[in-house]
Write a protein of this length. Structure first.
Length: 347
Protein backbone atom coordinates (compact mmCIF):
# COMPACT_ATOMS: atom_id res chain seq x y z
CA UNK A 1 0.00 0.00 0.00
CA UNK A 2 2.09 2.88 -1.32
CA UNK A 3 1.27 6.53 -0.65
CA UNK A 4 3.25 9.75 -0.49
CA UNK A 5 3.71 9.01 3.21
CA UNK A 6 5.15 5.53 2.80
CA UNK A 7 7.58 6.88 0.22
CA UNK A 8 8.60 9.83 2.41
CA UNK A 9 9.15 7.80 5.59
CA UNK A 10 10.33 4.52 4.07
CA UNK A 11 7.57 2.42 5.66
CA UNK A 12 5.41 -0.41 4.32
CA UNK A 13 1.97 0.78 5.44
CA UNK A 14 0.60 4.34 5.88
CA UNK A 15 -0.21 3.78 9.55
CA UNK A 16 1.20 5.59 12.61
CA UNK A 17 0.51 5.29 16.29
CA UNK A 18 -0.16 8.64 17.96
CA UNK A 19 2.84 9.89 19.96
CA UNK A 20 0.96 9.74 23.25
CA UNK A 21 2.94 10.90 26.29
CA UNK A 22 3.25 8.20 28.98
CA UNK A 23 1.48 5.76 26.64
CA UNK A 24 3.46 5.43 23.37
CA UNK A 25 6.42 3.74 25.04
CA UNK A 26 9.31 1.81 23.40
CA UNK A 27 7.47 -1.52 23.34
CA UNK A 28 4.55 -0.04 21.39
CA UNK A 29 6.78 2.03 19.10
CA UNK A 30 8.98 -0.89 18.11
CA UNK A 31 5.96 -3.15 17.56
CA UNK A 32 4.30 -0.67 15.17
CA UNK A 33 7.51 -0.17 13.19
CA UNK A 34 8.24 -3.91 13.05
CA UNK A 35 4.70 -4.50 11.73
CA UNK A 36 5.30 -2.12 8.81
CA UNK A 37 3.92 1.15 10.20
CA UNK A 38 5.69 4.10 11.79
CA UNK A 39 5.98 3.77 15.54
CA UNK A 40 5.97 7.18 17.23
CA UNK A 41 7.36 7.59 20.74
CA UNK A 42 5.64 10.04 23.11
CA UNK A 43 8.29 12.11 24.90
CA UNK A 44 5.61 14.24 26.59
CA UNK A 45 7.13 15.99 29.59
CA UNK A 46 9.64 13.22 30.33
CA UNK A 47 13.01 14.16 31.80
CA UNK A 48 15.35 14.48 28.78
CA UNK A 49 17.61 11.70 30.06
CA UNK A 50 14.60 9.34 30.08
CA UNK A 51 13.76 10.29 26.51
CA UNK A 52 17.34 9.61 25.43
CA UNK A 53 17.36 6.22 27.15
CA UNK A 54 14.03 5.29 25.54
CA UNK A 55 15.30 6.23 22.07
CA UNK A 56 18.27 3.93 22.61
CA UNK A 57 15.90 1.17 23.74
CA UNK A 58 13.70 1.58 20.65
CA UNK A 59 16.77 1.25 18.44
CA UNK A 60 17.67 -1.99 20.21
CA UNK A 61 14.17 -3.36 19.44
CA UNK A 62 13.78 -2.40 15.77
CA UNK A 63 15.90 -1.54 12.76
CA UNK A 64 12.92 0.03 11.00
CA UNK A 65 12.14 3.77 10.74
CA UNK A 66 10.43 5.29 13.80
CA UNK A 67 9.41 8.69 15.06
CA UNK A 68 9.03 10.63 18.30
CA UNK A 69 6.69 13.38 19.44
CA UNK A 70 7.66 16.42 21.55
CA UNK A 71 4.93 18.89 22.68
CA UNK A 72 7.00 22.08 22.85
CA UNK A 73 4.79 23.96 25.33
CA UNK A 74 5.02 21.32 28.06
CA UNK A 75 7.75 21.27 30.72
CA UNK A 76 10.86 19.63 29.19
CA UNK A 77 9.25 19.95 25.74
CA UNK A 78 12.00 21.90 23.97
CA UNK A 79 14.68 19.97 25.82
CA UNK A 80 13.19 16.70 24.61
CA UNK A 81 13.03 17.98 21.04
CA UNK A 82 16.75 18.78 21.30
CA UNK A 83 17.42 15.23 22.49
CA UNK A 84 15.53 13.85 19.48
CA UNK A 85 17.71 15.96 17.19
CA UNK A 86 20.91 14.91 18.91
CA UNK A 87 19.88 11.27 18.61
CA UNK A 88 18.98 11.84 14.94
CA UNK A 89 15.53 10.30 15.26
CA UNK A 90 14.33 9.52 11.70
CA UNK A 91 10.96 11.32 12.04
CA UNK A 92 10.25 14.07 14.59
CA UNK A 93 6.70 15.13 15.39
CA UNK A 94 6.26 18.44 17.22
CA UNK A 95 3.17 20.20 18.51
CA UNK A 96 2.18 23.22 20.62
CA UNK A 97 4.86 25.55 19.29
CA UNK A 98 6.98 26.83 16.41
CA UNK A 99 9.18 24.16 14.86
CA UNK A 100 11.24 25.79 12.10
CA UNK A 101 14.43 25.17 14.09
CA UNK A 102 13.53 21.50 14.37
CA UNK A 103 12.98 21.23 10.62
CA UNK A 104 16.30 22.87 9.84
CA UNK A 105 18.28 20.65 12.22
CA UNK A 106 16.48 17.41 11.26
CA UNK A 107 16.86 18.03 7.54
CA UNK A 108 20.60 18.53 8.08
CA UNK A 109 20.98 14.84 9.01
CA UNK A 110 18.33 13.59 6.57
CA UNK A 111 15.48 13.37 9.06
CA UNK A 112 11.83 14.18 8.44
CA UNK A 113 9.50 16.40 10.47
CA UNK A 114 5.74 16.42 10.92
CA UNK A 115 3.64 18.89 12.90
CA UNK A 116 0.37 18.18 14.69
CA UNK A 117 -2.31 20.68 13.60
CA UNK A 118 -6.02 21.25 14.08
CA UNK A 119 -6.85 23.83 11.40
CA UNK A 120 -5.71 25.29 8.06
CA UNK A 121 -3.84 28.21 9.63
CA UNK A 122 -1.60 25.96 11.72
CA UNK A 123 -1.13 23.58 8.78
CA UNK A 124 0.02 26.35 6.45
CA UNK A 125 2.44 27.60 9.08
CA UNK A 126 3.86 24.10 9.49
CA UNK A 127 4.42 23.83 5.74
CA UNK A 128 6.06 27.27 5.66
CA UNK A 129 8.34 26.26 8.55
CA UNK A 130 9.64 23.34 6.50
CA UNK A 131 7.59 20.35 7.70
CA UNK A 132 7.50 17.25 5.52
CA UNK A 133 3.95 16.31 6.62
CA UNK A 134 1.21 17.29 9.04
CA UNK A 135 -0.88 15.19 11.39
CA UNK A 136 -4.37 16.70 11.23
CA UNK A 137 -6.38 16.00 14.39
CA UNK A 138 -10.09 16.20 13.71
CA UNK A 139 -12.68 16.88 16.40
CA UNK A 140 -13.14 13.14 16.95
CA UNK A 141 -9.53 12.65 18.09
CA UNK A 142 -8.39 11.96 21.64
CA UNK A 143 -6.52 14.62 23.58
CA UNK A 144 -6.06 18.11 22.18
CA UNK A 145 -8.25 17.96 19.10
CA UNK A 146 -9.79 20.96 17.39
CA UNK A 147 -13.32 22.03 16.47
CA UNK A 148 -13.22 20.86 12.84
CA UNK A 149 -14.23 17.28 12.10
CA UNK A 150 -11.89 14.88 10.32
CA UNK A 151 -14.32 14.53 7.39
CA UNK A 152 -14.02 18.28 6.71
CA UNK A 153 -10.45 19.04 7.83
CA UNK A 154 -8.65 16.39 5.75
CA UNK A 155 -10.05 17.29 2.29
CA UNK A 156 -9.53 20.99 3.00
CA UNK A 157 -5.89 20.48 3.93
CA UNK A 158 -5.43 18.29 0.86
CA UNK A 159 -6.58 21.30 -1.16
CA UNK A 160 -4.25 23.88 0.38
CA UNK A 161 -1.08 21.93 1.21
CA UNK A 162 1.68 20.51 -0.96
CA UNK A 163 2.94 18.12 1.75
CA UNK A 164 1.27 14.86 2.86
CA UNK A 165 -1.62 14.99 5.32
CA UNK A 166 -2.02 12.32 8.00
CA UNK A 167 -5.56 11.88 9.34
CA UNK A 168 -6.10 11.56 13.10
CA UNK A 169 -9.47 11.21 14.80
CA UNK A 170 -12.19 8.63 14.31
CA UNK A 171 -9.96 6.01 12.66
CA UNK A 172 -9.65 2.54 14.19
CA UNK A 173 -10.06 0.05 11.34
CA UNK A 174 -9.52 -0.57 7.64
CA UNK A 175 -12.61 1.28 6.47
CA UNK A 176 -11.39 4.35 8.37
CA UNK A 177 -8.03 4.08 6.63
CA UNK A 178 -9.69 3.88 3.20
CA UNK A 179 -11.99 6.79 4.05
CA UNK A 180 -9.00 8.92 5.04
CA UNK A 181 -7.19 8.08 1.81
CA UNK A 182 -10.35 8.88 -0.17
CA UNK A 183 -10.53 12.28 1.55
CA UNK A 184 -7.00 13.11 0.42
CA UNK A 185 -4.88 11.92 3.34
CA UNK A 186 -1.68 9.96 2.73
CA UNK A 187 -1.98 7.97 5.96
CA UNK A 188 -3.59 7.71 9.37
CA UNK A 189 -2.48 8.16 12.97
CA UNK A 190 -4.35 6.14 15.61
CA UNK A 191 -4.15 6.55 19.37
CA UNK A 192 -7.10 4.84 21.03
CA UNK A 193 -6.86 1.76 18.80
CA UNK A 194 -3.17 1.30 19.68
CA UNK A 195 -3.39 1.77 23.45
CA UNK A 196 -6.03 -0.94 23.54
CA UNK A 197 -3.59 -3.51 22.11
CA UNK A 198 -1.54 -5.96 24.17
CA UNK A 199 1.43 -3.58 23.94
CA UNK A 200 -0.52 -0.65 25.38
CA UNK A 201 0.66 0.14 28.94
CA UNK A 202 -2.84 0.72 30.33
CA UNK A 203 -4.15 -1.57 33.04
CA UNK A 204 -6.30 -4.41 31.70
CA UNK A 205 -9.36 -2.93 33.44
CA UNK A 206 -9.11 0.18 31.27
CA UNK A 207 -8.65 -1.72 28.05
CA UNK A 208 -11.76 -3.75 28.86
CA UNK A 209 -13.67 -0.57 29.67
CA UNK A 210 -12.71 0.84 26.27
CA UNK A 211 -14.13 -2.27 24.61
CA UNK A 212 -17.38 -1.83 26.55
CA UNK A 213 -17.86 1.83 25.52
CA UNK A 214 -19.51 3.31 22.44
CA UNK A 215 -18.76 6.26 20.16
CA UNK A 216 -20.61 8.77 22.37
CA UNK A 217 -18.70 7.84 25.53
CA UNK A 218 -16.13 10.64 25.56
CA UNK A 219 -16.07 14.15 27.03
CA UNK A 220 -14.66 17.28 25.37
CA UNK A 221 -13.77 20.13 27.70
CA UNK A 222 -11.08 22.69 28.55
CA UNK A 223 -11.47 21.87 32.25
CA UNK A 224 -9.07 18.94 32.10
CA UNK A 225 -5.89 20.91 31.42
CA UNK A 226 -6.92 24.36 30.20
CA UNK A 227 -7.05 23.39 26.51
CA UNK A 228 -10.02 21.68 24.83
CA UNK A 229 -9.29 18.01 25.38
CA UNK A 230 -11.16 14.76 24.59
CA UNK A 231 -11.20 12.28 27.48
CA UNK A 232 -12.88 8.91 28.06
CA UNK A 233 -16.19 9.30 29.89
CA UNK A 234 -15.70 8.13 33.47
CA UNK A 235 -17.05 9.17 36.86
CA UNK A 236 -13.82 11.05 37.63
CA UNK A 237 -13.73 12.76 34.21
CA UNK A 238 -17.35 13.92 34.51
CA UNK A 239 -16.64 15.27 37.98
CA UNK A 240 -13.57 17.17 36.82
CA UNK A 241 -15.35 18.57 33.75
CA UNK A 242 -18.01 19.97 36.09
CA UNK A 243 -15.57 21.35 38.67
CA UNK A 244 -15.04 25.09 38.68
CA UNK A 245 -12.93 25.35 41.83
CA UNK A 246 -9.91 23.10 42.33
CA UNK A 247 -8.46 21.84 45.60
CA UNK A 248 -5.37 24.07 45.62
CA UNK A 249 -3.81 22.36 48.65
CA UNK A 250 -4.10 18.91 47.04
CA UNK A 251 -2.47 20.19 43.84
CA UNK A 252 0.26 21.98 45.80
CA UNK A 253 1.18 18.73 47.55
CA UNK A 254 1.12 16.80 44.27
CA UNK A 255 3.42 19.37 42.65
CA UNK A 256 6.39 17.93 44.54
CA UNK A 257 5.72 14.53 42.97
CA UNK A 258 5.45 16.09 39.50
CA UNK A 259 8.72 17.99 39.93
CA UNK A 260 10.42 14.74 40.90
CA UNK A 261 8.93 12.87 37.92
CA UNK A 262 10.04 15.63 35.53
CA UNK A 263 13.45 15.88 37.21
CA UNK A 264 12.96 19.62 37.56
CA UNK A 265 13.77 21.42 40.84
CA UNK A 266 10.47 22.23 42.57
CA UNK A 267 11.23 25.94 42.88
CA UNK A 268 12.03 26.14 39.14
CA UNK A 269 8.77 24.40 38.22
CA UNK A 270 6.84 26.71 40.57
CA UNK A 271 8.44 29.85 39.10
CA UNK A 272 7.77 28.67 35.54
CA UNK A 273 4.13 28.01 36.39
CA UNK A 274 3.63 31.33 38.21
CA UNK A 275 5.07 33.23 35.23
CA UNK A 276 2.38 31.95 32.88
CA UNK A 277 -0.53 34.12 34.01
CA UNK A 278 -3.82 33.26 35.77
CA UNK A 279 -5.47 31.28 32.96
CA UNK A 280 -2.37 29.23 32.19
CA UNK A 281 -1.74 28.63 35.90
CA UNK A 282 -5.21 27.15 36.25
CA UNK A 283 -4.56 25.00 33.19
CA UNK A 284 -1.33 23.68 34.68
CA UNK A 285 -3.12 22.96 37.95
CA UNK A 286 -5.79 21.00 36.12
CA UNK A 287 -3.11 19.15 34.14
CA UNK A 288 -1.46 18.19 37.43
CA UNK A 289 -4.68 16.61 38.64
CA UNK A 290 -5.26 14.88 35.30
CA UNK A 291 -1.75 13.36 35.29
CA UNK A 292 -2.36 12.02 38.79
CA UNK A 293 -5.56 10.35 37.58
CA UNK A 294 -3.83 9.00 34.47
CA UNK A 295 -1.28 7.21 36.63
CA UNK A 296 -4.14 5.15 38.03
CA UNK A 297 -5.00 3.86 34.55
CA UNK A 298 -1.55 2.29 34.28
CA UNK A 299 -1.00 1.13 37.87
CA UNK A 300 -4.00 0.12 39.98
CA UNK A 301 -6.61 0.23 37.20
CA UNK A 302 -9.32 1.75 39.40
CA UNK A 303 -12.15 2.76 37.09
CA UNK A 304 -13.86 5.18 39.48
CA UNK A 305 -10.86 7.46 40.08
CA UNK A 306 -8.75 7.24 36.91
CA UNK A 307 -8.77 9.26 33.71
CA UNK A 308 -7.32 8.87 30.22
CA UNK A 309 -7.59 10.47 26.79
CA UNK A 310 -9.82 8.62 24.34
CA UNK A 311 -11.13 9.38 20.88
CA UNK A 312 -14.65 8.80 19.62
CA UNK A 313 -13.22 5.75 17.87
CA UNK A 314 -13.31 3.97 21.25
CA UNK A 315 -16.71 2.71 20.09
CA UNK A 316 -14.97 0.94 17.19
CA UNK A 317 -12.61 -1.00 19.48
CA UNK A 318 -13.85 -4.53 20.15
CA UNK A 319 -10.80 -6.56 21.17
CA UNK A 320 -7.21 -6.44 22.44
CA UNK A 321 -4.95 -7.87 19.72
CA UNK A 322 -1.20 -7.60 19.50
CA UNK A 323 0.06 -4.90 17.16
CA UNK A 324 1.54 -7.61 14.92
CA UNK A 325 -2.02 -8.92 14.53
CA UNK A 326 -3.75 -5.53 14.29
CA UNK A 327 -1.87 -3.84 11.44
CA UNK A 328 -2.23 -6.67 8.89
CA UNK A 329 -5.91 -6.92 9.86
CA UNK A 330 -6.41 -3.21 9.16
CA UNK A 331 -4.73 -3.56 5.76
CA UNK A 332 -6.90 -6.59 4.95
CA UNK A 333 -10.03 -4.65 5.99
CA UNK A 334 -8.96 -1.71 3.85
CA UNK A 335 -8.48 -3.90 0.78
CA UNK A 336 -11.88 -5.55 1.36
CA UNK A 337 -13.42 -2.08 1.62
CA UNK A 338 -11.72 -1.06 -1.62
CA UNK A 339 -13.08 -4.16 -3.36
CA UNK A 340 -16.62 -3.45 -2.13
CA UNK A 341 -16.42 0.11 -3.40
CA UNK A 342 -15.09 -0.99 -6.77
CA UNK A 343 -17.88 -3.56 -7.09
CA UNK A 344 -20.57 -1.04 -6.18
CA UNK A 345 -19.24 1.51 -8.68
CA UNK A 346 -19.27 -1.00 -11.53
CA UNK A 347 -22.60 -2.61 -10.64
Amino acid sequence: MKTALTDAFGIQYPILNAGMGRVALPNMVAAVSNAGGLGVYGAGSNPPEQTRADIHLIRSMTDKPFGANAPLALPNGRENAQVLLEEQVPVINYSMGKGDWICKAAHAYGGKVMASVTDTKLARKAQDQGCDAVIAAGHEAAGHSGDITTFTLIPRLAEVLEIPVIAAGGVANGSGLMAALALGASGVSMGTRFWTTQEGPMHQNWKQKAIDLDVEDTLYSDRFDGIPNRIMRTVAAEKMAGTRMLNVFEIFMHSFTIAKELNIPWHKLALQTLSLGPKQIEGMMRMSKMLKMHTITITTGELETGMTASGMSVGLVHDMPTIAELIPRIIEEARACEARLAASLTA
